[in-house]
Design a protein around this ligand. Structure first.
Ligand SMILES: NC(=O)c1ccc[n+]([C@@H]2O[C@H](COP(=O)([O-])OP(=O)(O)OC[C@H]3O[C@@H](n4cnc5c(N)ncnc54)[C@H](OP(=O)(O)O)[C@@H]3O)[C@@H](O)[C@H]2O)c1
Length: 422
């Protein structure tokens, strides 16, 4: 065993046969020594990846966007953070592309609340109390075991819930993951607005080689949301008529394409003519510009006063009451977001005249087990590969400019997916 410079390491990548299968490599870079896993656990391609990585060594300091106080986009700060090494069951990932989601805005503004302010990087436990089931006793929040596990994942003050990256280190004893793997993750733990991050290995999924990191990061959280909404929360089938609000948005665009492929008649609402054009291209049979038209009256007209089977409402406050009015008898109101603000409380009696169903679902509760996560992500990637889903990556920003990306998503200037590049 010897100490190799990065120059010698690149020779190694082209001639790995000179080394014993059980060799462990020691890399010397900028006066620091790094070790590799035994060579027998690495494929030739992974070896090449290691050689490349030796030019940019694993350092504990990386750049990330952090939030110290709630507020507008200006609270997103580009800072140095120390992220440490992966522990048992964890991996360290160098992000290649990071998906921006409206939930990032809710956290930044405090719509979804953190328990402690300011958040302390690395040790703060973010209690997402408005999102998880809980009960109260003597001023304490009581949560069940799986919720407690999820809450424990919200450790960082670094924003972001969706990214794709390359595994650059694995924790002790971890099997099933290798340095060089390209992985995606969506949902907890928070902290994807970072050049690198430590993740629980059981929260990531492999990205098929046919799908680029930018596409995968644009679709993993939003596509899994579309999957559980259309296939499990309410099962859309041929013959159904559905209403999708914000039809040209990140989730909305995928909902429309997927529902059309399932054989539903799709009605979409959007705010502008440009967004209407995209929604049409995405398979909306009817597009309503709800800033100019009364969407309830238009849905009545389109459905000959029968109403729709289901409304997928992510807009919340501005659309909620109208959405209930658009439903047919025994229709499903799926309220899955609040981009315009939290809807006013609904009395149970409001559901009675049409025997309506009302649900407020979250992706997290539909991907709690490893099997659910793999099945949901697998269906999304399969639909991307087969062309059922065309991902519109309409906006990309350098990660350092996350504040600008937030401002534009929040002011309805974006359509399709928004991606941050580290
Ligand atoms: N429950 C879950 O598990 C889950 C998971 C993922 C996402 N979501 C929800 O799904 C929604 C869509 O998320 P996304 O990331 O794909 O965002 P997005 O749809 O790309 O952006 C939000 C869109 O909402 C519409 N909107 C209407 N009124 C608005 C207002 N007052 N302010 C801002 N936007 C307004 C805008 O479209 P127009 O200009 O066409 O009106 C805007 O483009 C969000 O509400 C998010 O919370 C929920």
């Amino acid at each position: 065993m010897g100490i190799l410079t990065s120059l010698k390491l690149s020779h190694l990548a082209s001639a790995p046969h000179r080394f014993n299968q059980n060799s462990t490599l020691f890399f010397l870079h900028n006066s620091s020594i790094f070790t590799s896993p035994p060579l027998c656990s690495l494929r030739h391609t992974k070896l090449k990846a290691l050689a490349t990585d030796s030019a940019s060594p694993i350092s504990n300091m990386v750049k990330a966007i952090r939030v110290h106080e709630l507020g507008g986009p200006e609270v997103l700060k580009w800072e140095d953070v120390e992220i440490g090494e992966p522990g048992e069951g964890e991996i360290r990932v160098r992000n290649k592309a990071i998906g921006l989601n409206f939930i990032d805005i809710y956290f930044r503004k405090g719509v979804y609340k953190a328990a402690t302010m300011p958040f302390t990087p690395g040790v703060a436990l973010l209690l997402y109390i408005s999102y998880f089931p809980f009960s109260r006793k003597n001023d304490s929040f009581i949560v069940n075991k799986s919720t407690a596990r999820l809450l424990n994942d919200f450790r960082f003050s670094i924003a972001g819930m969706e990214a794709v990256g390359e595994v650059i280190a694995v924790g002790p004893g971890l099997t099933g993951r290798e340095v060089g793997d390209i992985v995606a993750y969506a949902g907890g733990p928070m902290g994807s607005y970072s050049e690198e991050q430590i993740l629980p290995a059981n929260k990531v999924v492999s990205v098929p080689s046919s799908i680029s990191p930018v596409i995968a990061a644009s679709v993993i959280l939003k596509g899994m949301t579309a999957q559980f909404l259309l296939r499990r929360c309410f099962k859309v089938e041929r013959g159904h008529t559905i209403l999708v609000h914000a039809a040209a948005g990140g989730v909305g665009s995928l909902l429309c394409q997927w529902a059309n492929a399932l054989g539903a008649t799709v009605i979409g609402t959007v705010s502008t003519k440009e967004k209407a054009t995209q929604a049409k291209d995405d398979g909306c049979h009817h597009v309503i510009i709800y800033k100019e038209e009364d969407f309830v009256a238009r849905v009545n007209e389109i459905t000959s006063s029968n109403g729709v089977d289901v409304v997928y409402d992510s807009v919340g406050k501005d659309t909620f009451q109208g959405s209930l009015a658009c439903l047919k008898l025994r229709g499903y109101m799926v309220s899955f977001g609040q981009s315009s603000g939290t809807p006013d409380p609904v009395p149970l009696s409001a559901l009675a005249p049409k025997s309506l169903f009302l649900t407020r679902p979250s992706l997290m509760q539909y991907t709690t087990t490893r099997d659910e996560l793999l099945e949901t992500a697998g269906e999304v990637f399969a639909n991307v590969s087969s062309g059922v889903l065309r991902v519109h990556v309409n906006h990309t920003y350098p990660l350092a400019q996350a504040a600008q990306a937030h401002a534009e998503l929040e002011s309805r200037k974006t359509s399709g997916s928004v991606v941050l590049i580290p």
